[in-house]
Structures are given as structure tokens and as C-alpha cells.
Write a protein that binds this ligand. Structure first.
Ligand code: SAM
Ligand code: SF4
Length: 477
């Protein structure tokens, strides 16, 4: 397993924030001389787990994986195991008690400490645990090894000032910290210079961006500023909160050429009493009002959401209200979750926890219903011309079917036929001929193919092993 340079593998559990933090962890390790393990290998000299604590099954997954690694560590004592992210911030010393063969535990606020902690664990032959309570430096100032050459995440804020009663994020990620606007735009410009043509602005509550800086309307302004960046084809963002969603954001989306017509806006529940108990300070009517205004301003916008089923006290009637909102909002896709009790959150202490079998039965109904609505939405796209940005990760059946895959402007996944091999980052305009619940199909040759600079950069990276690692260093302040 050990070659001249020590190898590493970062495994990510959880959301885009974690995936983005993992790019930083990989960047830091590469800067420290480690090399990524070959794709097919499940083991490396340094195994890093970037964990999630939002739902309980993430805990079980991590401890199960660590359990399996114990035997490997016996066989390869030089192997180091590091655990970071939300679960590390939550469980702290508990991780070392349950898995004493772990070498390093670090939290959500000190991602940058990983190389030093690994080194210290090695020299002192002792496990290291370092959890700090607030952000040391904004993670975007750390080097990153990006997963994709043409598409990048840009963090605009970290943490969250909301207090949703089911959610453990504020306890683990702290209060919201907004990043300076010039720094964000400098990063976007640097990424575009590196070959990126799509960015996704990331934050737990992106449209609260600017509150900490005392700037009203700052998120809408940021979207418009991204519209001025030459060569940036697509701008996305996740996640906005319905409470803070103001019409200036809708206007900025509709009027900025490269901001994509897609809104991922978590609903959580369609029942007003449940929203109140969740401490989500909007009601179903307000949510549907936003959806209506977005669709009026951008008739072909897609709207996707997150929904929790089985929150404490949820009655069949409350659940029906959620189904009503799903029908009225006509979601293009919904991530559905069974409520998961998170110790330390107010909802965990609430009376009337919904029995597991009731949650499971509602979950199946909700899933089937959201899937049916999503399919109807997709069927309405048949015959439409859509512009697809070719993705780096091919579709499962691409090879067998000679198809290529990517995302349309509205974030729908499209598999399309094309004899010419396009490169990730290239853009094809295709006509939709079939729809499935989770994707669209375009048969027949593309109507237009645009080979982009991002595609050129991807191609030259393939032929030059030195640049295949896509190491992108964001300038430190
Ligand atoms: N900040 C975003 C927002 O305001 O909705 C979401 C962040 S959270 C990491 C992602 C999703 O996980 C949430 O939208 C919610 O649907 C789900 N989630 C969070 N806590 C949960 C819990 N205790 N049980 C089930 N799902 C949960
Ligand atoms: Fe959690 Fe609510 Fe903050 Fe989203 S807005 S991260 S659900 S507390």
C-alpha cells in the first residue's frame, strides 16, 4: 500500500458543504506532499472521514466503517485514520472511546489543522483530538483539490443563525459568518481563469447573506455581480430559506443572464402548526407565494425542495397539508427525509414523537407522490430544446447506450445521444424526447454543440499527468 509518497483517501458523508470541505482537506494534504490513492483502492496510508450528523443513520454508517477498519489498522500500523466534520464536532472524545484506533479527531471549525494533527499523532504515537468552538479561518482561504474542473462550489457563508427545532447544524457549525463580497468575487474570477464555467454559491441560508455585514439586499447584488464575470456560464446557489426570500432575489435571478432558473428551497412541512413547531417562521401560503412569483418571472424555472416526514406531533391531517403543498408547488424534485431525532435539539424533547411505523408508511406515500409530480413535470419538457452542460461524471448507462449526460439550465439531468465525444464543460443544445421521474432523454443528434474553454482545459489536463490533479490554490489573504 505504501509508495514513496504517502497516499490519502477522503470519504465524505453528508451535504455539499461537507463535499466542499473535503475538497479543502484534499488540497491541504496534497500541499503537504500526500498523493491521492488510485481510484479503485478502498484503502490509503491516510484515511480521512468527513462526517455528517444531520440524521442518525450517518452516525451508524461512520461507526460501522470505523469498526471495519480496525482489522486493517492491525495489519498496517502505519495507516492513519482521521475523523472530521459535524459528527466529530458532536461526538468529540466519544469517537476515540468507541474507536481507539482512530489517530486524529478534528472539528468543523479547524479543517486547516489536519496535516499538523496527523504529523503530531505520528511523532507522539498518540491519538490527537482538537475541536475548537468557532471558526479559525474561513475555509475558502485553504487550498482545494476540486472534484470537477469545470464546476466549483464557492462558500459565501458558514454557520446558521436559525434555530429550526429539528436541526443540529447551528450547534455544530456555529453562528452565521458571511464572507467578504470582494473575496467571493475574487475567488469566482480565479476559478473562471482556472477553467471553471459553473459555480454554486453555498451557505446554510444563502439569502441571509449580508445580514452580518449589515447590508440589505446583498445576496441579490452578489448574484448580479456574478453576472458581470466574463466567461462564467452558470451560477447556482443552495440553500435559500423561505423566510428571508425577498423579491429582489427573484428579480436578480430573472434578470441576470448566467443565474440559472432553478430554485432549491426547503419546505420541510406543508402544515402551518408543524412549521411553527419546527420554528420555521414562514407558512405554507408564503412558501407557495414565492413559488408563484418565481414561476411568473421565470416560466421554465424548476423548483426543488427538502421535506421532513414524521416531525413530532405530525397528524395525518398535517401530513395531508404537506401533500397539498407538493401538489400546488409542482416540485421538479424533492429530497424526502424521515424525521431523525437529534439529541440536544428541542424537537428531540417534544411530546408526541410519531411511531416509526407511521413515519415509514407516510414516507412511502410522500416519496411516491413527489415522484409522480416530478415525472409529470418532466413529461411537460418533452419537445423542448434544452441547453446541457456536459458533466464529468457519466450517467450509469452512458457507455452501453452511447449517450452523454449533463445538467440542463434548470438542473434537470439529461442523457443525450451524440456521436461526437464531448468534454466535461462543453455545452450541447438538445431536444427532449423522453422523460423519466429523475431524468430526461434526448434522442437524435444535438441541435448545437459548443466546445468551451472549460472543455479545452479538461482535455489538456487529460494528456498531462501533472495537471490531472486539478490543484487550485485560492490566494490566501
Ligand atoms: N439550511 C438548509 C435549510 O434551511 O433547510 C438545510 C440544511 S440541512 C443540512 C439539509 C436538510 O436535512 C434539511 O433541509 C432537512 O430537510 C434535513 N434535516 C435536517 N435535520 C433533520 C432531522 N433531524 N431529521 C430529518 N431530516 C433533517
Ligand atoms: Fe438547520 Fe434551519 Fe439552519 Fe437550515 S436554516 S441549517 S435547517 S437551523
Amino acid at each position: 500500500m505504501t509508495t514513496s509518497a504517502r497516499t490519502y483517501l477522503v470519504r465524505t458523508f453528508g451535504c455539499q458543504m461537507n463535499a466542499h470541505d473535503s475538497e479543502r482537506l484534499a488540497g491541504l494534504l496534497e500541499e503537504g506532499g500526500y498523493v491521492a490513492v488510485a481510484d479503485e483502492s478502498p484503502l490509503a496510508d491516510v484515511m480521512v472521514f468527513n462526517t455528517c450528523a444531520v440524521r442518525e443513520n450517518a452516525d451508524q454508517k461512520l461507526y460501522g466503517t470505523l469498526g471495519m477498519l480496525a482489522a486493517e489498522k492491525e495489519k498496517h500500523p502505519q495507516m492513519q485514520i482521521a475523523v472530521g466534520g459535524c459528527l466529530a464536532q458532536k461526538d468529540r472524545g466519544e469517537i476515540l472511546r468507541r474507536a481507539p484506533w482512530v489517530d486524529v479527531v478534528f472539528g468543523t471549525h479547524n479543517v486547516g489543522a489536519l496535516p499538523v494533527l496527523l504529523e503530531r499523532a505520528r511523532s507522539q504515537r498518540e491519538s490527537q483530538i482538537e475541536i475548537v468552538e468557532s471558526l479559525e479561518i474561513f475555509p475558502s482561504t485553504l487550498p482545494a483539490k476540486r472534484d470537477s474542473l469545470h464546476s466549483a462550489w464557492v462558500s459565501i457563508s458558514v454557520g446558521c443563525n436559525n434555530t429550526c427545532t429539528f436541526c443540529i447544524v447551528p450547534a455544530l457549525r456555529g453562528v452565521e459568518k458571511d464572507r467578504n463580497r470582494d473575496e467571493i468575487l475574487n475567488e469566482v474570477r480565479a476559478l473562471v481563469a482556472d477553467g471553471v464555467n459553473e459555480v454554486t454559491l453555498l451557505g446554510q441560508n444563502v439569502n441571509a447573506y449580508g445580514v452580518e455585514l449589515g447590508e440589505q439586499g446583498a445576496f441579490a447584488r452578489l448574484l448580479r455581480d456574478c453576472g458581470e464575470v466574463d466567461g462564467l456560464e452558470r451560477v447556482r446557489f443552495t440553500s435559500p430559506h423561505p423566510r428571508d426570500f425577498t423579491d429582489d432575489v427573484i428579480e436578480a435571478m430573472a434578470q441576470t443572464h448566467n443565474v440559472m432558473p432553478h430554485l432549491h428551497m426547503p419546505l420541510q412541512s406543508g402544515s402551518d402548526p408543524i412549521l411553527k413547531a419546527m420554528r420555521r417562521s414562514y407558512r405554507a401560503e408564503r412558501y407557495l407565494g414565492i413559488v408563484e412569483r418565481v414561476r411568473r418571472a421565470m416560466p421554465h424555472a424548476s423548483i426543488t425542495t427538502d421535506i421532513i416526514v414524521g416531525f413530532p406531533g405530525e397528524s395525518e391531517e398535517d401530513f395531508q397539508r404537506t401533500l397539498d403543498v407538493v401538489a400546488a408547488a409542482k416540485f421538479d424534485m424533492a429530497f424526502t427525509f424521515k424525521y431523525s431525532k437529534r439529541p440536544g435539539t428541542p424537537a428531540a424533547e417534544m411530546e408526541h414523537q410519531v411511531p416509526e411505523e407511521v413515519v415509514a408508511e407516510r414516507y412511502v406515500r410522500l416519496h411516491a407522490f413527489t415522484q409522480e409530480i416530478a415525472w409529470q413535470q418532466k413529461k411537460a419538457q418533452i419537445g423542448r430544446e434544452v441547453e446541457v452542460l456536459v458533466s464529468a461524471a457519466p450517467g450509469r448507462k452512458d457507455e452501453a447506450t452511447l449517450r452523454q449526460s449533463g445538467r440542463a439550465r434548470d438542473f434537470n439531468l439529461v442523457h443525450f445521444e451524440c456521436e461526437e465525444r464531448l468534454r466535461p464543460g462543453d455545452i450541447a443544445t438538445v431536444k427532449v424526447t423522453q422523460a423519466a421521474p429523475y431524468h430526461l432523454v434526448a434522442e437524435g443528434a444535438p441541435l448545437v454543440i459548443r466546445r468551451t474553454r472549460s472543455g479545452d482545459i479538461w482535455e489538456s489536463a487529460q494528456s498531462s499527468p501533472d495537471t490531472r490533479t486539478f490543484l487550485s490554490l485560492t490566494p490566501r489573504p
